[in-house]
Design a protein around this ligand. Structure first.
Ligand code: ZN
Ligand code: ZN
Length: 296
């Protein structure tokens, strides 16, 4: 009996310790609930409202589930449970917009029994009959379209996969749900930050120009991080970039250095953009523009 009492006391102490010390860790790991936004009858965006807030695209319907990116490993179990609540089927495909950790971390859980498609294995997937050649529907005006793309039929619509490597990373691709009119842009579009393109600002503008000419007016754009954009908002975003580029280039003409421009806080008006993804702040953008346009 005494042993039993001692055991009970020990058990209670252990339980108290568990809840006092471990609960905050669990709470921090699972965080707030995933935010689910429905963008068409079968397309959703799932975002965890903390860390880098990676946007995950979901097609859920009669064929099952297709994911565009999987976010971080820490949120993978919750992501799986969330998307499986949207329809009865299993996760059949995972398409990664690129291979950065904040987009592929959840693959370990979510792509375990799914076909994985990314910028490295498109041709391989085509040879296995998983994806098919596209037929040029996304041509922009005056030949300003995207050169090649691949497509996949799922949940009653054609999903077009458009590779665009070399500006943000070497594996970037856009996933376009053509009937729903939803394009997941991965980190090729960061709607609340300056673009993560380093010294490839000119190349990025060329890319945005293509996007603006190619996609229909009513397209909904999911960025890698940040809220969704309409095509008009993509145009406004490009305009802000052009304005800031013009400002920096004008100072460069006067012989100002990167440090001079950072000190003068010349892009103060857009300082709040650095609050969302802190490394993509105005100082970063000044440096990017300088390195992109500087000729020695
Ligand atoms: Zn990235
Ligand atoms: Zn990212």
């Amino acid at each position: 009996m005494i042993i039993c009492k001692k055991f009970l006391v020990l058990l209670i102490i252990l339980l108290v310790l568990f809840f006092v010390f471990l609960t905050p860790v669990f709470a921090q790991e699972s965080g707030e609930k995933a935010k689910v936004v429905q963008l068409s009858s079968n397309i959703y965006r799932v975002t965890f409202p903390y860390q880098l807030q990676t946007n995950i695209g979901v097609s859920a319907g009669k064929d099952g589930i297709l994911l565009v990116d999987t976010g971080f490993k820490e949120t993978a179990m919750e992501l799986k449970a969330t998307v499986q609540g949207l329809c009865k089927g299993k996760i059949k495909y995972v398409i990664n917009t690129h291979l950065h950790g904040d987009h592929v971390g959840g693959n370990v859980v979510c792509a375990k029994n799914a076909t994985l498609i990314n910028g490295h294995n498109l041709d391989q997937c085509m040879s296995y009959g998983v994806i098919f050649p596209g037929n040029g529907e996304l041509e922009g005006e005056a030949g300003n379209g995207f050169d090649t793309y691949y497509s996949l039929n799922f949940n009653g619509e054609k999903i077009q996969i458009i590779p665009y490597p070399g500006v943000h990373s070497d594996t970037d691709l856009i996933v376009y749900f053509s009937s729903s009119g939803v394009a997941h842009m991965g980190d090729l579009l960061l709607t609340q930050s300056f673009p993560a393109v380093g010294s490839k600002v000119k190349e990025y503008l060329k890319f945005l120009n293509k996007v603006i000419t190619v996609f229909p007016k009513d397209t909904k754009f999911i960025g890698g991080h940040g809220h969704d954009f309409t095509l008009d908002e993509v145009k406004q975003y490009r305009q802000i970039l052009l304005t800031t580029i013009e400002k920096v280039r004008a100072e460069m003409e006067k012989g100002k250095t990167i440090e001079d421009m950072k000190k003068s806080n010349m892009l103060e008006e857009w300082e709040s953009w650095g609050e969302f993804l802190s490394f993509l702040n105005t100082d970063y953008w000044i440096e990017s523009i300088y390195k992109s346009y500087h000729t020695s």
